[in-house]
Design a protein around this ligand. Structure first.
Ligand SMILES: Nc1ncnc2c1ncn2[C@@H]1O[C@H](COP(=O)(O)OP(=O)(O)OP(=O)(O)O)[C@@H](O)[C@H]1O
Ligand SMILES: [Mg+2]
Length: 402
């Protein structure tokens, strides 16, 4: 299993227990979504409940399956992974359940199947949606009675395995289409873990990029000069249809092709698929949920504002009253999105507000957007974490334990 024991995630979470689990299972990420995922894994891993993992390709389903085994009481027993979609239908049954000597041409001796090999451990049936109906019936029998027969055999074999399955298909849809047995679906889906797409947790991208870049350049002895902020930001704007697998490939490709040179947004464009080159391109694509568009705009806006903050600080020293928002962003925004960002021109705003008010609101906005992550907030606003804490105190934004 990919491990992250050498990677320093200190400072990303104050919760030692959670960090320990994360290091143990090698699932990187600091977003609330990943945190919840890891907590769920830890809770359910200790039971023998069957688990169905769903998620788009490249999101880390296999990593989750390994983590479930790793955190279970069966961790010292085998984890057998079966890619149900890759094994030809003709030999799938004997691969899974084994066969007796002479049961078919070529069966020169008895052979154990994956279930027997997984005894006392876990079996991970990947791409379960591709399983033929004939095998589905047999699988159901194992799930219900914990026993099966080898191909060509007459004796029942007992087996003690924990079921973990995964698919990127919509199994409910497959059930409706008659391609997947409903009874089996219910059995496998005793507990469902959905692995989120990378675009649902973009805040994890810089962390993942840095880790993949560090691993890759170390393994390949490349002196790599890193990604600059504009490149990291552009990486967060892309929709990553191939999820983490695509992100890792992109990072590695860019490092090799650029021979370790520092990577800027301009350079990066060569390596991100051109169909999704929209990071800074207006008008806005309309095939995305509005809240996602809003989030992207807001991040972009915050970066633009970041460069204005230092100017604003100087202004405040001279006591000048300033307009609520500076810069050309307003013209660029289609009215409907500007509205969603909920910046409306109240009388007070039209008259102008003090820098402290603007700054206070900006900090609140950013804290909300980062889910209260102060490190990330400070990074976006271009200030040190210490300065951010001072401002939080000064503006009375502290609530409860932080
Ligand atoms: N949270 C994560 N942290 C670090 N690496 C990850 C994470 N999630 C996935 N990866 C890496 O991304 C790659 C793809 O993950 P994995 O093979 O588990 O995806 P998958 O969902 O099974 O994809 P597919 O449906 O195509 O089989 C692997 O190299 C894996 O190690
Ligand atoms: Mg997989």
């Amino acid at each position: 299993m990919a491990r992250s024991t050498n990677y320093d995630i200190n400072g990303f979470t104050e919760d030692q227990h959670w960090r320990d689990i994360q290091q143990d299972v090698g699932i990187l990420g600091n977003s609330e979504t990943i945190r919840q995922l890891i907590e769920t894994i830890d809770q359910v891993a200790r039971t023998d409940i069957s688990i169905l993992i769903t998620g788009e390709s490249g999101t880390g389903k296999e990593l989750v399956a390994k983590a479930l085994h790793q955190r279970s009481k069966r961790r010292n027993e085998p984890l057998i992974t079966v890619n149900s979609g890759a094994i030809p239908e003709g030999i799938l049954e004997s691969e899974l359940f084994g066969h007796e000597k002479g049961s078919f041409t070529g069966a020169v001796g008895p052979r154990k199947g994956y279930f027997e090999l997984a005894d006392k451990g876990s079996i991970f049936l990947d791409e379960i949606g591709d399983l033929p109906l004939t095998i589905q019936v047999k699988l159901l029998r194992v799930l219900e009675g914990r026993e099966f027969m080898r191909v060509g055999g007459t004796a029942a074999h007992q087996v003690d395995v924990r079921f973990i399955t995964a698919t990127n298909k919509n199994l409910e849809e497959e059930v409706r289409r008659g391609q997947f047995r409903q009874d089996l679906y219910y059995r496998l889906n005793a507990m469902h873990i959905r692995v989120p797409g990378l675009r649902e947790r973009k805040e994890d991208i810089p962390l993942l990029v840095k880790k993949f870049a560090a691993d890759f350049s170390r393994e390949n002895h490349i002196e790599f000069n890193g990604f600059d902020d504009s490149a990291l930001f552009a990486l967060q704007q892309y929709s990553w249809p191939g999820n983490i697998r695509e992100l890792r490939n992109t990072v590695e490709k860019a490092i090799v092709m650029e021979r370790g040179q520092r990577i800027t947004e301009m350079v990066l464009k060569k390596y991100i698929q051109s169909t999704d080159q929209r990071s800074h391109a207006l008008p806005v694509p309309i095939n995305k949920p509005k809240d996602e568009i809003e989030r992207e705009f807001l991040l972009r806006l915050l970066l633009e504002i970041k460069s204005e903050i230092s100017q604003l600080r100087e202004l405040v020293l001279s006591g000048v009253r300033i307009p609520y928002r500076l810069g050309p962003w307003r013209e660029e925004f289609p009215a409907e999105y500007a509205e969603q960002i909920s910046i409306e021109d109240s009388e007070e705003q039209k008259q102008g507000r003090s820098i402290a008010e603007v700054e206070r609101e900006l900090i609140i906005d950013t804290l909300m957007r980062t889910g209260g992550n102060k490190r990330k907030t400070a990074e976006i606003l271009g200030m040190s974490e210490r300065t951010l804490y001072r401002k939080i105190n000064r503006y009375g934004l502290r609530r409860g334990r932080s």
